[in-house]
Each structure stands twice: as structure tokens, then as C-alpha cells.
Design a protein around this ligand. Structure first.
Ligand code: HEC
Length: 136
């Protein structure tokens, strides 16, 4: 093998080592319209647990395991936020998009008319901290 090829191979190995440290990419690309949006610099999480309890827990469960009373018979089942790496595998912006627009072809509703922008960012931030479980 030429020194150039060996060098390139090594570089790829090094780069992939770095990839493993980062959270995996979102399951789907976030639409253009959401890519430039960001959470306000100051965000109060105070109301988030209450919003979760009334709006999300009926389907996603009090502990986030996707097993709330309203999940019975839903297809697909509500997401289990406590699944290993679920929160680590989704950016805050991805979650904000889903909560805002819902998930098409599933019973996951849109909350852009129920919660303000700020309330949705706060909810997502709180959920990530509350339900994150990471492998290793
Ligand atoms: C009527 C039941 C229902 C309610 C209420 C509900 N969800 Fe969902 N949610 C679902 C279903 C069903 C899915 C789709 C799961 C799948 O695609 O496998 C889902 C998926 C999700 C996902 C994962 C999306 C993805 O693509 O990875 C997130 C995040 C989410 N919901 C957040 C919320 C939040 C936050 C609330 C409250 C503001 C909420 N949901 C309320 C049923 C619900």
C-alpha cells in the first residue's frame, strides 16, 4: 500500500472515531423552515412539567415510556422517550419541529396552536433532561 493510501485510511479511521462521540443524526432531516429557528436565550422551564403532564402524558406516559392511558390501540404506539439513546439521537430542533407540527401518518398531534413557541422550546428542553438515557 502506498504511503498516501495508508495515510488516507488512517485519516478516515480518526474521523470516524470522532463521529462516535457525537449524538447520532436525527431520524429525518428537519425541514428548511425550522433549520434557522433556535430556542430563546432565556428559557424558563417552570411550566414544562405541567404541560407535559396534561398534553403529553396521556399518550407518552408519566414516566415517558409511551404507555399512557390514551396509548391503548394507537398505531404506531406513542414514542418511548426512555428508550436507550432516544433523546441523544434527536436534536432539540428536531423535537421542537415534531412537537410543533406533529408527525404525519401517526396519531402524534401538532401543538403549535396549543403552546407558544417559547412553551414548546421549554417543553422540549425539559423532556431531554428528564428522559435522557444513554448507552455506556
Ligand atoms: C394522541 C396521543 C399523543 C399525544 C397526546 C402526544 N403524542 Fe407524541 N407521539 C404519539 C405517536 C403515536 C407518536 C409516533 C410514534 C412513532 O412514529 O413510532 C409520537 C411521537 C412523538 C415524538 C417522536 C417523534 C420522532 O419522530 O422521533 C415526540 C418527540 C413526541 N411524540 C412528543 C410529544 C409531546 C412533547 C407531546 C405533548 C406536547 C406529545 N408527543 C403528545 C402520540 C401522541
Amino acid at each position: 500500500m502506498s504511503p498516501l493510501r495508508a495515510g488516507l485510511g488512517l485519516m478516515i479511521l480518526v474521523l470516524c472515531g470522532a463521529c462516535a462521540e457525537r449524538p447520532p443524526p436525527d431520524p429525518e432531516p428537519v425541514p428548511q423552515a425550522f433549520q434557522s429557528l433556535a430556542a430563546p436565550a432565556e428559557l424558563s422551564l417552570e411550566a414544562a412539567p405541567g404541560h407535559y403532564k396534561t398534553l403529553c402524558a396521556p399518550c407518552h406516559g408519566d414516566a415517558g415510556a409511551g404507555d399512557g392511558p390514551a396509548s391503548v390501540g394507537l398505531d404506531p404506539k406513542p414514542a418511548d422517550f426512555t428508550e436507550l439513546d432516544f433523546m441523544w439521537g434527536r436534536s432539540e430542533r428536531f423535537l421542537y419541529w415534531r412537537v410543533s407540527e406533529g408527525k404525519s401518518l401517526t396519531p402524534m398531534p401538532a401543538f403549535k396552536y396549543t403552546l407558544s413557541d417559547e412553551e414548546r422550546w421549554a417543553l422540549v428542553r425539559w423532556m431531554r433532561a428528564e428522559f435522557s438515557r444513554r448507552a455506556g
